[in-house]
Structures are given as structure tokens and as C-alpha cells.
Design a protein around this ligand. Sequence first.
Ligand code: HEM
Length: 628
Amino acid sequence: MESGGVNEGRLSSDGEGVGHQNFHSLGERQQRTLLLHGYILSITSNAVSNATNDAASLKSWKRIPGPRTLPILGCALQFLPGGPLHKLTGYNFSEYLFNNYGSIVRVEGLFGTPPFILLFDPEDMAQVLRSENWTPERPGFDSLEYFRKKYRNSDPEKSTGLLTEHGDKWKSFRSAVNPVMLQPKIIKLYNTSLDEVAMDMIESSRVGCVRPLSLFYSDESADEVEKRSLVPRSRSHARLRRNATMSHAFSMRSLRNNQNMISEPFDVEMNKWALESIGVVALGGRIGCLRTDLPPDSPARRLIQCVHDIFRIADELDFKPSLWRFITTSNFKRAMKVYQEQIDLSKHFIQQARKQIDEKKITGTEEKGVLEKLLEVDETTAVIMATDTLFAGVDTAANTIIATLYLLAINPDKQAKLREEILSKDERRPYLKACIKESMRLLPIVSGNLRRATKDYNIKGYLIPKGLNVVMNHEFISKQESQYDRPKEYIPERWIHKSEESVNSRAHPMATSPFGFGTRSCIGRRIAELEMETFLARIIEHFHVEWFGPPLKQETRSITYMGSPHLPRSSYISFGLDKPSKNDIEATERSCLLILFAIDRLHLLIVGRLRHVFVSSSTNIPTPAKDV
Ligand code: HEM
């Protein structure tokens, strides 16, 4: 079954394909609705009717078990207070669905969003992921897609980037950036600059945590540490040596309180490290966010806040009940502002970088950043990719490193083993890689992968038609006994070949997949791995990490945040955004939800009454008199 155009699978109600031209000629509301709703129509009107003969013997996907749904409303009401799914996110959400409905679950769409089919059997997940065509589609970020394609009135011929494109446009963009962003030998060139950032982070004594995590200085002199160190020397490392006494004895110690805790919000510090690191890769220069006197309204701090806001607001609009596809809600307005702000801030850094590139052309031959390399290919691609990198590379890496430090802190034996490896003469560091990999198995920032089926599938006897959204629940699977021994424990050894605890043969290759799968997998993977390995090695080389307080809390907001994010939950502090007044916040959506809640109660009441009538009437049926 083939449907034409870039947005394959998006069909109008009469079954006509909505290519880019058609899509852009539609009205704004129609477009907003179609961005997601169109997929549903494609499923019902086209895919099933075109199914093969074999498919005729399959059960409809609508018969897949799942939470109770109502016409139009889907299962929105299950998410309201009192509903079983209320406030369930991430692992808990998956666990509830698996325990109640089994290994394939249908969750109906909310307010025009399409339904999702959740898979809990890795073999089924493999079937979908491996059979996808060369342009796999990943749903999510629909409001961002709307912003980039429609709200900004962009040229329909131009690509909007990897996060929001599909089909051929995605493919040609990805082919252009893959050689620059994924080749290990190119990425390795950033080793020295990333190590500079890591060392600056340590030198600036800003590694630490107010609350539970505290980092203990190893009490060795900087010279001793340096003598042992095998990581290539960088300029900042040399500077560290010059200032050894001051940077360690003065800064580090003086910033820690008498419990060895540093009174700076740890998550913000890790975000600064992540932004600085991704900056050197994306832009080829330093952003400067490790400065101790960085003003709260500096572009770097604003960008960090903006990335938080995007993940949070995208979660509200794209994954939770929201009416933005039908009416302009206050959240929708805020989303449009925050998406624009991210572009403006990125442009600010890109312009700075371009100036530096021009200067560098005259003065030197330092390693080129992704921006410079892509500028040689095509300017639009370069700017879009740099913007997306400054967005996708910050909270992801920061939260993965927080999770890893937490797990090493509560597993001191593993931390000691890692330190031993780092301090050894061996340049290969398998245990370092294993520590990060195991942390991404246990506390991944992305709990599952999403795909919009690009063909029909037979999964467990159900016909999953092209166009339907499928969720692979990797995080849930990777914590099951069926896959790993002692699955809830942090055992980096599982990933070391020939180790006694190495991954046992029953773990399915799809069980853990923190960077996604196939041609559409994370383009920042190699960069993120190098950043994290470099930084983690430096931290463990210099500190004993300990954790105080209750277990780490996780909060899902499109991605999973580790620990309660420092910034207040409900504030859109993004500078340039109005703070929402209490009355303003989602008034429209809330009243609609209340009406729906009332409908649901009414529905329950009616069903309950009818059941009561049937039950009582059946119990009142007089027993037929026995024939004598
Ligand atoms: C620990 C860090 C990171 C994790 C765990 C992570 C995870 C992921 C995952 C799961 C996907 C979806 C893949 C799929 O659908 O198969 C993804 C996509 C993506 N990531 Fe990352 N990511 C990380 C860091 C980064 C960084 C540093 C960048 C910046 C270069 C980045 C840029 C992207 C982009 C642009 C996509 C979309 C790719 C496409 O659709 O072609 N990520 N990431």
C-alpha cells in the first residue's frame, strides 16, 4: 500500500493524499487538526481497506485491549483525577498498562490525537523497527512541527530539520548531516575541546550539588592527579596545573560547605556543562556558560531555560490531553513564543560563531565545528542543524550524566572500580563505557521509541495498519527478569564481554535502546557518548561522589528529568515570555476537561443504572415452577 508525497500516510477523509502543496493550501485549523488527526483518518479509511488477503483473517487493532474509551474523547478521562492513569508517567505508566492489559495495549487518542499501540514484547518491537523502510517516521513534537511548518509560514519546499521532517525531505537532510555528525573519526577530533570543557568545569569548582549529591575532592594534589592522567593534555589542563594550588585548595574547598556539599543547583550546573560541550561541537567555539559570574538573563542561561520549557510544553501539548488542535489555548500561545525564542537564541550563538569562523580563516587552523563543516555543504542545513543540536543536546546529556553520577554514588564499589580503570595506564576504558550504558539501561532519559508504521503489520494476530503510532517500551523491558539477571541493580559488568556478569544470552537485542534504532536513531549519539565519557572520567578522577537523601526522583516531561528540576515547575521563566497569571493558566482547557469529566460520570451513571436494571430484573425473574 503506497501513498504519495513526503507525508506518506497522511490522508484526508476522502482518502486523497495530503502532499506538501495540498497541506499548505489548507486553512490553519484544518492543518493543525490534520497534523495528527489526518493519520487517524488514513488508518480507518485506507490502510485497512487495502490490507492483503491474509490481513482479512487478522483482528482489527481496535480490538486490542486497553483502557476504557469513549467516542471522540478516547481515553482522556482515564487521565483525569480519579482515573487510573492520572499522573502515571514513564515506567509506572508502562507497568500499569502491561499488568492490566498484557503485551500489546491500545491507548486511544485524546482530543484528536491519534491512538497509540504500545508493545511490550521485544520480538514485536524488533518486527516493527527492523521492517521500517528507509524513511521511518517518528511522531511526537507535533506542535513544534506545526510551528516550524505553518506558524512561521515557512517555505514548504524547505526542510525544517530532523526533528520535524518526514519522508524524502528528512532523508535528504539526514544524508547531508550524517557524515559530519556520526563518523567516529570526525567526532574524535573534539576530544581535546571536550576535555577542556570538562576540566574547566572541575577547575571552576562548580561541580557539586546542593541537595542530595555531594562530590568529595580526592585530596590529591593537582600535580599528582596530572602525573597519572592519560587523557591528552589540553590548554585548560595546563592552566589548571599553573593554578593548581588555587583552583583546588581555594576554589573547590571554599565553595563546599562543611559537609562537602556545594551550594549550587546541580542540575543547572550539569546543563551548563552540556551546553558548553555541545557548543564546542556545534559551533566550534566556547559559549562561555561556565563563567562564575554568568548573569541569570545571559543568552546561555536563557537558552538552558528555553530548552526546559520546550520539553515541558511539548509534553503538555503533544502527549497529554490538549485542545490546541481545535482552539488557540494559552499553552499553545506560550509554545509558539518559546519555540521562537529558542530559534532567536540559537541564532545569536550561530552569529557569534560565524564571526569567529571568519576570524579563524585569517588566523588559525583549529578543529572546525559542525556548523563550519555544514556551511561548506549548505547554509540552511548548517543553521537548522546547529539550532537543533543546541536544543536536543543539552537536557539529554545533562540528565544522563546526573543519572550516572547518582548510580555511581550509591554503588561505591562500582565507582571504585571505575576510578581504578581511569587511573590505570590502559587507554581503553571499557568499564567507563559500561557504566554509562548501564545507567542508560536503568535510568534512561527516553523511556521508549516511537514510530508511525509505514506499512501494515501483523502483531499478535492484530492488523496494525500503516499510519498507526506504535510505542516500543524499552525502559520497561530492560527492567524485566525475563531479560536481565537482577534487572533493578546497577551492574556495569553486564556490558563487559567475558566478564562473569556479562549480558546473558536471554537479553533481547531490542531490550535496551537508549539512542533509538536504525536510520532514524539519534544523530547526536557519538557526540553525546564522547562528551559524557570525557566528563565522567574527569569527575571520577578528581572526586569521590556520594549521595545523601532519598532516592533520585524522576519526572517525565517529553524526556525524563533526573531529580526535581531546579526551576519552578509552573513557571515559564524563559525571558521574554510573560509569566502566566493564575487565572490565565489553561482556563479554557480546564473547563473543557471538567465538562468531559461530567460527561464521563454521567456515562458511568447511565451504564451503572442500566446494569442495575438488568441485574435486578434478572434476579427478580421468578423461578419457573417445577413440573410435578
Ligand atoms: C544521552 C544523550 C542522548 C540520548 C539518550 C538521545 C536519545 C535520542 C533518541 C532515543 C532519539 C530518537 C531515535 C529514534 O527515533 O530511533 C533521538 C533522536 C535525535 N537526537 Fe538524540 N539523544 C541524546 C543526545 C543528543 C545530542 C547530543 C544531540 C545533538 C546533536 C541529539 C540530537 C538528536 C536529533 C537531531 C534526533 C532526531 C534524529 C532524526 O530524527 O533523524 N541527541 N535521540
